[in-house]
Design a binder for this molecule. Structure first.
Ligand code: IFM
Length: 730
């Protein structure tokens, strides 16, 4: 039986950080880490805002965390009862990820009796600016209770503090904090309102980082005292009258009541699950892990905007600078295309709207066209630093070349746009900047082409492929293949112009010498060097890769002097070996399985897998997908489960030196989804039809899912003996 609840019984202070990720709630506008009400920045409590950034001094620019309006502390008979300070007699936390509600229940023993707190909260899917909480206290004696609840503006930041000043307000039933950001002087406004179902004495107090109300009352045995709390979060980017809107929102929901607000939220989630739930009969673990992954993707989908993308760590904090990587287009996009194409469009619109930033980046390096940001923030600003890793031995920043050399990022944007066009049949994204984006990306690659005097083909030198441990290599197969794909798609866009509106066609014709570009791109697509298999059937990841030391991952691990040391860069332990960080050639073959016969795909899978550290959560799903494609469903399974459980297992790297790099792993979540649907489910589209070539793992008795394709919703049911695909009534 599918269990939609993940739970942790008992209190483990060391898990505060990983639980913050695992029990995260969010609604695309904001994410609230799964920390307890009394937790502070020490436990990495955060209300992380989507797409709003700030920079202090030379620190990394990162997304804002808002003041925490859920902050609540309990006093019993004059003493604070907080975790982790006072050990509980019982404690558990759980997340109902079908309903997207996080709960905790904690009982403490006081000298006079037992006191229990039961709380739940959600980030409204109906109203992106709203958080709601129910906080209940009961005791088995007449306890003297003080609930101290308000807003904590002592915020956890990695490279902050991001607020120059806070102003506090107390108006009617509301308490509020308005922070002024450092870089752009934007305002972040958090207003809370509170309703109790009991009589209490109320007092409001504030200091320079908090505004809190204390509610005092005496409990009666076996009676539960309930407090409901609403928190509205706005920024000055959302509305000029943000404060007014925040107060209106609180008042509106206070009138509606907690239960109604919650019911509407749950109904909205039910609508999402009605389309996106994946049923796997015969394997509850897989079904739970997969749908839990989908919960995370839903929680970070930017439904409140029409041009916004998703950060590599979702809304779980400031890690990776809250920036958007190729993760979105290559790993998460399929989920949204299949279940909520409007979100897919919003993600891609962010890319077409940041084309100027990409053109500026290309220009800055002396290239033509559009070189997208490796770590994209608003406007396409590349937040990736020249020194993205700190050497653990010397404490010195290490020069890394992710920003300068991961040229494959631009092709990921083209891939995403074309997949959207293909699966939705909607050309409007091309009309609204997509066509230019594709052409500019092709121009970028064209300006990078090299031809040796004695050769008649083009090469791409000095790049970094998906495997980041080998920097500045020549002819990375993945990058070259994706550049070729980009040239082909740019030519396709030229052909498509006649189907687009006259305005778009005219705009493009005025901007470009189409015939000249067409010839250039055709020549580039034809003559760009694409490495082929050697006598062993293996495709070299880049020129000279096979000459590197051929050792095992374990051997490389045994050479490590510090468990946090970086494996790549100039002197990394993997740099001069064939050990790679993540799927690279295998990613290419997964995307273009028809480039080579199946035996070559298999040979490369078997060659590269033992040489892959899987040091990135993006790696496993590519191995899983190619394994499915080559008839190795059983081999794919552990890689699938690893991706699906990425945020359940608390695995992965959490810290790099003193820098927290943990958080949720939406790309792994999206990768798990692709493996289930495209891999095991074998979903593909041909002749404008939904088709499947399934190969379910032996334990899966049935796989059932829905997908949107060209404006129609289809339900796909598969067993080992039967496949049905039928259109749903919408
Ligand atoms: O985009 C990835 C990259 O491929 C590997 N390092 C982490 C990034 C963000 O997930």
């Amino acid at each position: 039986m599918m269990n939609w609840i993940i739970e942790e019984k008992g209190f483990y202070p060391d898990k505060a950080v990983s639980n913050g990720n695992k029990f995260l709630i969010g609604n695309g506008y904001m994410g609230v880490r799964g920390t307890l009400e009394e937790f502070t920045k020490k436990e990495l409590t955060a209300v992380n805002l989507a797409g709003v950034y700030d920079r202090v001094g030379n620190g990394w620019r990162e997304p804002l965390n808002a003041p925490n309006g859920l902050y609540t502390v309990l006093k019993v008979d004059g003493k604070v009862y907080n975790l982790p300070d006072v050990s509980p007699v019982e404690h558990s936390i759980w997340l109902d990820y079908r309903k997207a509600v996080f709960s905790r229940e904690t009982t403490w023993q006081t000298p006079k009796g037992k006191v229990t707190v039961k709380a739940e909260r959600f980030a409204s899917l109906d109203e992106p600016h709203l958080l709601a909480m129910k906080y209940c206290v009961s005791a088995d004696y007449n306890a003297n209770i003080e609930i101290i609840t308000g807003i904590d503006a002592d915020i956890w930041d990695i490279n902050g503090p991001h607020y120059d000043a806070f102003s506090f307000l107390q108006e009617e039933v509301c308490l509020g904090v308005i922070g002024t950001t450092h870089e752009s002087k934007d305002k972040v406004c958090v207003i809370e309102g509170c309703q109790t179902h009991f009589h209490s004495e109320q007092q409001v107090k504030s200091d320079d980082k908090h505004i809190m109300r204390s509610l005092s009352f005496i409990t009666e045995p076996l009676k539960t005292f309930e407090m409901n709390k609403w928190v509205a979060v706005y920024t000055s980017k959302d509305a000029n009258d943000f404060k007014q809107q925040a107060k209106l929102l609180i008042n509106h929901h206070m009138e509606k009541g907690y239960q109604e607000t919650k019911d509407v939220h749950i109904r909205k989630w039910e609508k999402k699950w009605a389309v996106s739930e994946v049923v796997i009969e015969g394997d509850d673990e897989a079904m739970e892990a997969l749908n839990y992954s989908l919960y995370h993707l839903h929680s970070i989908a930017p439904r409140h905007a029409d041009s916004l993308s998703i950060a590599a760590r979702g809304l779980s904090g400031q890690t990776y600078k809250g920036a958007v990587f190729w993760d979105t287009e290559m790993f998460m996009l399929d989920f949204f295309l299949y279940t909520e194409p409007a979100v897919a469009r919003t993600l891609l619109k962010y890319r077409t709207d940041t084309l100027e930033g990409a053109k500026n980046k290309a220009k800055g390096y002396g290239y033509d066209g559009a070189f997208y940001a490796w770590e994209s923030q608003e406007g396409g600003y590349d937040a990736c630093s020249d020194y993205n890793v700190t050497d653990v031995f010397t404490g010195r920043p290490m020069r890394t070349y992710f920003k300068d050399k991961q040229i494959h990022i631009s092709s990921a944007i083209v891939y995403g746009i074309m997949r959207y066009v293909d699966l939705t049949g909607d050309h409007s994204i091309l009309e609204e900047g997509g066509a230019e984006t594709i052409i500019e990306c092709a121009k970028f690659y064209y300006s990078l082409l090299l031809k040796k005097v004695n050769k008649d083909y083009y090469e791409l030198h000095d790049v970094i492929g998906p495997d980041e441990y080998h920097e500045r290599v020549n002819n990375n197969g993945y990058s070259n293949r994706m550049a070729k794909f980009t040239f082909e798609k740019a030519m396709y866009v030229f052909d498509l112009l006649k189907l687009l509106s006259a305005n778009t066609a005219e705009r493009i014709e005025n901007m470009y010498h189409i015939e000249e570009l067409r010839q250039k791109f055709a020549d580039a697509a034809k003559c760009l060097y694409i490495p082929g298999p050697d006598e062993d059937g293996v495709i070299e990841q880049f020129d000279g890769y096979k000459e590197l030391e051929d050792v095992s991952v374990d051997e490389v691990k045994s050479r490590i002097l510090n468990e946090k040391e970086y494996w790549g860069g100039a002197y990394g332990v993997a740099t001069h070996t064939q050990i790679i960080k993540q799927a690279d050639v295998v990613t290419w073959l997964t995307l273009f399985p028809n480039d080579f016969p199946k035996e070559i795909l298999l040979k490369n899978w078997h060659y590269y897998e033992p040489r892959t550290e899987h040091g990135s959560s993006l790696s496993a799903c590519m191995y899983a997908l190619l394994a499915c494609r080559t008839g190795m469903a059983e081999k794919a399974y552990p890689f699938f489960l690893k991706s699906a459980r990425a945020d359940i297992d608390e695995g992965g790297k959490q810290w790099a030196g003193l820098i927290y790099i943990g958080g949720t792993h939406p790309a792994a979540a999206g990768g798990a989804y692709m493996t289930a649907i495209n891999g095991f489910g074998g979903l593909y589209f041909e002749d404008e039809k939904v088709k499947v070539k399934s190969q379910l793992p032996s334990t899966w008795k049935k796989l059932q899912f829905k997908v949107w394709y060209r404006g129609e919703l289809y339900q796909v049911n598969q067993t080992h003996d039967e496949i049905t695909i039928k259109k749903c009534d919408i």
